[in-house]
Design a protein around this ligand. Structure first.
Ligand code: SF4
Ligand code: SF4
Length: 365
């Protein structure tokens, strides 16, 4: 039986008290240990955009580790893939450096090459600080995700992989089930000892960066990161069985997703009218699977909003975008990973269904 706690938290001023409760319930001994706080720093976004882990969660977690006598505390992430400048710039923009109070480190430096079992990938650079830590604590964000349905405690660990190497995993794993495997292959390298998910403000709609902030007023915590995400998914209006990486995680014995296997304390009522992503990867139902055989979702730049920065083309793992002068998508090459959507800061990349009747007739997925 796994345990998940949901802490009501009406504002970010209340975060330190609830984080201390979460540490009291779930933190392993950390006296004299090396601790990594793995935050979600997707890109250079201000805290009020609610794309990244809120700085109040970072400062509260650092203080909680200090109170427990941690010998070394490292706060870090590997944001994005190959754009937006340096990791340090993202950490500064998101308020992480200031909140980390001397504990921020660029964990992209001096990575260790690690073999992952994902077919066709081989070795990828992974943050050495994570692999050599005694304790890893995830500080994630509750968000929708156009490629994976949701992102929380498990998907946060995809940031163990340094920068542009994430493209190898995307390119090798087109499609939602394959990408779920890649996400879990990285997660399994070092599951966090426990995670806290920031849902004071979550993101709904076209997350993880193109959606809208939504006040939820809760923090979630658990030592079973999979169970935590399953509880979070239900609050967001999904069944865990609709999220491919949760299904695969349960099959691999990485955590629980059944509500009869998870003991939950606190308010888990679904968030009224929470908006799920539109046109993302189909989410598990037979109807959605049938529709996905006929339609494929692909991006298209809105030229009224696009600033021709080219970030989408740099992020595309299969080089399906050429700038002319706006982004032009090669539909045959596109694998619908939606990295271009995720990393378009002006939110100019739209997702829309495109018919693929020939693929349907050939019976391909
Ligand atoms: S679609 Fe977005 S990321 Fe791509 S060039 Fe336009 S503004 Fe930049
Ligand atoms: S065009 Fe966008 S959705 Fe298609 S493969 Fe490239 S990054 Fe992924």
């Amino acid at each position: 039986m796994s345990h998940v706690t949901v802490y009501p938290c009406a504002s970010y001023e209340g975060v330190p008290a609830e984080v201390e409760r979460a540490f009291a319930a779930y933190a392993p001994p950390m006296d004299g240990k090396r601790v990594v706080l793995k935050v979600n720093l997707l890109g250079p976004c201000r805290p009020e955009e609610h794309v990244t882990t809120h700085p109040s969660l970072v400062s509260a977690a650092v203080a909680a580790c200090r109170r427990r006598g941690a010998a070394e505390i490292v706060v870090g992430d590997n944001p994005g893939m190959s754009s937006y400048g340096s990791t340090d710039h993202v950490a500064r923009m998101t308020g992480t450096i200031e909140a980390a109070a001397g504990c921020y480190r660029n964990i992209a430096e001096a990575p260790r090459m690690v073999e992952v079992p994902t077919p066709g990938v081989g070795r990828v650079p992974v943050s050495r600080a994570v692999l050599e830590a005694d304790v890893v604590i995830g500080l994630a964000k509750m968000k929708t995700h156009v490629a994976t349905g949701i992102t929380g405690a498990v998907k946060n660990t995809f940031g163990y992989v340094v920068g542009a190497a994430k493209t190898q995993l995307h390119a090798a794993c087109p499609g939602k089930e394959a990408f779920a495997r890649a996400v879990l292959d990285v997660y399994a390298l070092r599951p966090p000892d426990f995670s806290i998910v920031d849902a004071v403000y979550a993101m709904e709609g076209q997350g993880p960066s193109g959606g809208q902030p939504r006040f939820v007023g809760r923090l979630l915590a658990s030592a079973d990161n999979v169970a935590l995400d399953a509880v979070m998914a239900r609050m967001m209006g999904f069944r865990p069985e609709q999220i491919p990486y949760l299904v695969a995680a349960a099959e691999r014995g990485l955590g629980e997703i059944g509500d009869d296997r998870i003991h939950v304390e606190g308010p888990t009522d679904p968030i009224p009218g929470f908006r799920r992503p539109k046109y993302g990867q189909s989410m598990g139902t037979w109807g959605a699977r049938l529709v996905s055989r006929i339609y494929v979702t692909q991006p298209q730049a809105d030229t009224d909003i696009c600033i021709k920065c080219g970030a989408c083309a740099r992020q595309c793992p299969v080089e399906a975008i050429r700038m002319d002068p706006y982004p032009v998508i090669d539909a045959a090459r596109c694998i619908s990973c939606f990295c271009c959507h995720e990393f378009c800061k002006p939110k100019a990349m739209r997702l829309a269904p495109r018919i693929r009747i020939m693929k349907f007739l050939r019976g391909r997925k």
